[in-house]
Design a protein around this ligand. Structure first.
Ligand code: MG
Length: 372
């Protein structure tokens, strides 16, 4: 089998607001083969910049776009192709954007592999340790305390037993930040797990002070309280608070993650297979975390392609406390995939469909495709 083409398709809502919401646009990747099998993947990054990383022509032996590297190659040689893409983008890439872009192709290759052999990707990764995932509803703080409380209660009404709220306006007013956490705890009651995503908003000392203020509300974890480059600050914070500290979505390949684990000492490692160079690298990061006694959660704030890849990753490791499940209402989140994943009594169930097990609704893709 040979790869015959790679398509990077930018989709977007008519307007994209300046808010921390990755469901407003996406980059969908399709890899075609001469066997008639098409694999699908996704990149959660700056969509048009990642599209350029895929489509750019070679300009130097170590500065190449990804598409022309893989055309003509055997799609089942996934590890080797990953290495080729990494090596051939090593001036422009190695971290960040090019690794994000590699995710779209890598996920599509796993999808092709599964479809070619008639097996789900979690089987190809070594087999499923679990068939169901406890999902937490992942959303953003409301515009007011009341709106945040209403949103929290809505999540519980949908059957979720855990909720995560994040980003703006956290970091602007310490009293309001504590009031947000108190409001969510009050709204969901004592038995629902509450996760708080601070959105990289504090310096080290402020994060330590805020972690102390949040402790009485028994939150399950505090996510990204610090700038991603403040790795020493993470180590200081982890020592200073009993709260679980989570991070990882700002990283890409495994070395940046092991640095965050070994120097930053984070408790919960959040892995986004649409940013890590796909499942080939995500599984290595997950096992590196397990080897260090850390827990692993996915990061997913885009489409069901990400959810499918995340479930394959989490299924194939021994421990996974939660599945992040974005509940934003964008049609890119809810309509792009036929037969979207559903939460039943707080759980999402694994599928045994070959490949990643998701099929794009081509009409929806066309409706939101932005061609330049
Ligand atoms: Mg986050």
């Amino acid at each position: 089998m040979k790869i015959t083409d790679v398509h990077a398709i930018h989709i977007s809502l008519p307007t994209v607001a300046k808010r921390s919401d990755g469901t407003q646009d996406a980059l969908i990747v399709k890899v075609e083969t001469d066997a008639g099998i098409t694999g699908i993947g996704e990149v959660d990054s700056s969509p048009l910049a990642a599209k350029a990383a895929i489509e750019a022509p070679m300009s130097h032996s170590v500065t190449s776009g990804l598409r022309e590297l893989v055309i003509g190659k055997d799609p089942l040689e996934i590890e080797r192709l990953w290495h080729d893409m990494y090596q051939a983008s090593r001036y422009a890439g190695r971290r960040g954007l090019f690794v994000h872009a590699m995710s779209g192709i890598d996920l599509a290759l796993w999808d092709i592999f599964g479809k070619a052999v008639g097996l789900p990707v979690h089987t190809l990764l070594g087999g499923a340790f679990r068939r169901e995932f406890r999902a937490y509803a992942s959303t953003l703080f409301g515009d007011s305390l009341q709106a945040t409380a209403d949103r929290a209660r809505w999540c519980v009404d949908q059957g979720f037993t855990a909720v995560k709220f994040g980003w703006d306006p956290m970091g602007q007013d310490a009293d309001y930040d504590e009031a947000l956490v108190a409001t969510i705890r009050e709204a969901v009651g004592p038995s629902v797990d509450v996760l708080i995503d601070a959105g990289q908003c504090w310096d080290t000392k402020t994060a330590i002070q805020m972690a102390r203020r949040f402790e009485p509300y028994r939150i399950y974890l505090l996510e990204e309280p610090l700038h991603p480059d403040n790795v020493a600050g993470y180590a200081e914070l982890v020592r200073a608070t009993p709260l679980r500290i989570a991070a990882g979505e700002a990283e890409s390949e495994r070395r940046s993650y092991t640095h965050l684990m070994d120097v930053g000492r984070i408790d919960v490692v959040q892995i986004d297979p649409t940013r890590t160079g796909g499942l080939t690298e995500a599984r290595k990061i997950a096992w590196a975390a397990i080897d260090r006694g850390r827990s692993v959660i996915n990061h997913a704030f885009t489409t069901d392609i990400n959810i499918a890849a995340s479930m394959a990753m989490l299924a194939a490791i021994p421990e996974a406390p939660f599945l992040e499940f974005c509940v934003e209402d964008s049609p890119i989140r809810t309509q792009l995939i036929r037969d979207p994943f559903k939460v039943e009594e707080g759980y999402v169930h694994l599928r045994d469909t070959p490949g990643l097990g998701v099929e794009i609704d081509e009409e929806v893709l066309e409706r939101y495709a932005r061609r330049v």
